[in-house]
Design a protein around this ligand. Structure first.
Ligand code: CUA
Length: 366
């Protein structure tokens, strides 16, 4: 009897919590209101079954409770009841699956006028690519990936020369325009997700997947990786800025083309080397594991790191100077620093980039 009361209170409590919960979906900022509708349908179907099944158990516990003179009849099967249960659960399962399949079919069939945006995931950073005036993406292949070609684009493909590259974690999109999002991964499974757009998809290594959406509200939205992809996963964040056509066109006009990025003179702009290192630290995802304020992270903090003496797992010590940092960035697995997991990936970087990064770390005095 006590269990019946507890179960009954559980059902009532769940319904009340559903009504007063502070956890609602963020306001919708894309065309995908249908995603919310399918979530609602799932909630109503599973909710109805949850309430019905639990109340049935409560009824049985109460009606057939142990007592003097209670007799229980053994009834191994009941064809009529089984038929009803099969019909009811089948209708429930169809109601759960069918709306999702209909919406998914629309989700992966972009309209012809959609502009294309490529999202490239890598432990633990994002990059983006737009097609150039020819409206076509150039081909890519993992064997082309290099420090000056992180997208792995085919240098010989004429269609790729005018492609516009975003080597950083913030991308912009025009409001009210359909976007076909094409997804590629450098290494492991990632997932590009902006909650306000209700649009997301896994990024499977070795496979190009896609979906489309239309941003309907201007704003700056945080994008996140929605698949556990290693120790830096929680910091694999980025931003999608939705703005009007003119602002978007002005921003896009300043993006480097692939052809320009291959030109060393364009790839190594002059100016302050420390500032360049700082920009690299952000765009290469270093700050996913290294803090700048002395707090411990997955890797050592960069504050006051330069000039320190680090102890290795094997007990040997090394002075952190330019040569040490440069070697470490080149081949992070070669040494094992005591107290930190040996998980830093070797990111392809030019000598010039590595030098800038070391100069930046050196500038972070204790
Ligand atoms: Cu990428 Cu999680």
């Amino acid at each position: 009897m006590a269990i019946a009361i507890v179960l009954f209170l559980l059902v009532v409590g769940s319904v009340i919590f559903h009504v007063v919960t502070p956890w609602w979906l963020t306001p919708l900022a894309s065309n995908w209101g249908q995603m919310d509708l399918t979530i609602d349908i799932t909630m109503w179907v599973t909710g109805a079954f949850f309430i019905a099944i639990n109340l049935f158990v409560v009824y049985c516990l109460w009606r057939f409770r142990h007592g003097k003179g209670t007799k229980v009849a053994y009834q191994p099967d009941n064809k009529r009841l089984e038929r009803w249960l099969i019909v009811v659960t089948s209708v429930g399962i169809i109601a759960l699956l069918a709306p999702g399949l209909v919406v998914y079919a629309k989700f992966v069939n972009p309209p012809a006028e959609a502009m294309e945006l490529e999202v490239l995931g890598q432990q633990w950073q994002w990059r983006f690519r737009f097609s150039g005036p020819d409206g076509k993406f150039g081909g890519s292949d993992p064997r082309f990936i290099a420090a000056n070609n992180p997208f792995g684009l085919d240098p010989a493909d004429p269609a790729g020369q005018d492609d516009l590259l975003v080597d950083g974690n913030e991308v912009r999109l025009p409001q009210g325009r359909s976007v076909k999002v094409v997804l590629r991964s450098h290494d492991v499974l990632h997932d590009f997700f902006v909650p306000q757009f209700r649009a997301r998809m896994n990024i499977v290594p070795g496979q190009v997947s896609w979906f489309w959406f239309m941003p309907t509200k201007a704003g700056r939205y945080e994008s996140m990786c929605a698949q556990l992809c290693g120790v830096g996963h929680s910091n694999m964040r980025g931003y999608v800025v939705v703005e009007d056509d003119a602002a978007f066109a002005a921003w896009r006009g300043k993006l480097p083309t692939f052809a320009a990025s291959l030109n060393p003179a364009a790839a190594a702009p002059g100016g302050d080397i420390v500032a360049r290192g700082q920009a690299l630290a952000a765009s290469k995802g270093c700050l996913a594991c290294h803090t700048l304020d002395g707090r411990p992270g997955i890797g050592p903090t960069w504050k006051g790191l330069f000039g320190k003496t680090e102890t290795m797992e094997d007990g040997s010590t090394a002075l952190v100077d330019e040569a040490f940092l440069s070697e470490f960035i080149k081949d992070p697995k070669a040494r094992d620093i005591k107290g930190f997991p040996n998980v830093m990936p070797a990111l392809p970087m030019t000598d010039e980039e590595r030098e800038a990064l070391v100069a930046y770390i050196k500038s972070l005095k204790p």
